[in-house]
Design a protein around this ligand. Sequence first.
Ligand code: FE2
Ligand code: FE2
Length: 475
Amino acid sequence: MSTINYSEKIPNNVNLSEDKTLQRALEHWQPNYLQWWQDMGPNGSTNFDVYLRTAINVTPEGWAHFGHVKMPDYRWGIFLAQQEEGRKVNFGENKGMAAWQEVPGEHRANLRRIIVTQGDTEPASVEQQRHLGLTAPSQYDMRNLFQINVEEGRHLWAMVYLLHKYFGRDGREEAEALLQRNSGNDDNPRILEAFNEETPDWLAFYMFTYFTDRDGKFQLNALAESGFDPLSRTCRFMLTEEAHHMFVGESGISRVIQRTVDIMKTHGIEDPAEVRKHGVIDLPTIQRYLNFHFSVTIDLFGADQSSNAAIFYSSGLKGRYEETKRDDDHLLKNNQYKILEVQGDKIVEKEVPMLNSLNEVLRDDFIRDSIAGVGRWNRVIEKAGISFRLQAPHKAFNRHIGTFAGHKVSPDGRVISEAEWAANVRNWLPSEEDRAYVASLMGRVIEPGKMANWIAPPPVGINRQPIDFEYVRFN
Ligand SMILES: [Fe+2]
Ligand SMILES: [Fe+2]
């Protein structure tokens, strides 16, 4: 069950060949997927041989194989984590029942919606990142970008498998629509707003993979708790791949900071304008990018109070992060949770039923996890003897969804006037000039082992290869 059959057109560990109807439906979708990859996938990369990992097994030991592959030939497949004997629905009103192996009729519409929403984000990020290969700061980074892109493509496959297998004709139509919506398209955009934003440069890419792929981690963890077992198993395997995406973000930002503080120290300078003269990214600009990506990403968790979130939980479809490790009744009917809201010119705490605040619970878990990495970035600055510190903004800052939408709040959490916002927004969010400056640094570096001027080399290579390994062969 755990080994993957690569002799088939669609590699899989779900015995696809035993279900001819499903196999035919997916083989029919496959050329449309490849066409989408040609049209919307990484720009100008079709002939590159890229040192990629490909899933070969779903057990934690040695699950991936590394080798040079042309991306259109990547073996995108369908892999579910192994089935857990006797697994139960672990929360909500069906708690204690055997986990569902088929879609329960009464939850069909909600489950479909959950799967489509998750599925939509996967190809969206590939579309958002499609130009970045043209300006990769090194071969190592280009390879990491492409690795993430092919895996997001595989995550789309993962969701499309569920739609095809469990949702009949509706599912097949949804699978087609996943290839038709496009990030930033005016007529047919991606479902969630953050996935319609551009990822214009590599600083934005690292921030995106640190923050927004981490949103993915929390959503996938919540879905890995699902009582619908195929969804749980699908998400558990996706999480194995997701870890690398966040690593690329965290280590990427670390390397940008490292390079900047090295220059600051060598030349004894702190003034951002001076720092920029050396062709590196000043720390306040990094802070503004952080503010932007943090605030846009936490909007993805949805409204602070949501009856949908309550329904998804009570019906056993979507749990909390680490649901089964929590020590409560997993019904939450009598639990309260503290959320924030604006009253006059103050942000105040308010106790509300936890069931309705599960988006906020997940958002708060995400915030804790992402702040830990900000601390690790600060240690790079501290080690260089520089007093500047990065900080995650207050969670009310720059929000467009939930109770803070429509309020102006500073990064340190003060409710402010439109005028104060307008006077300071340039210091808080990336300005046109910031973006133009960062864009001016971007240029493709293709010599093995060489790095663009604005970023330090990684401490180690991929899969224990040297840093000057030929990660991409351009042909
Ligand atoms: Fe993904
Ligand atoms: Fe990801």
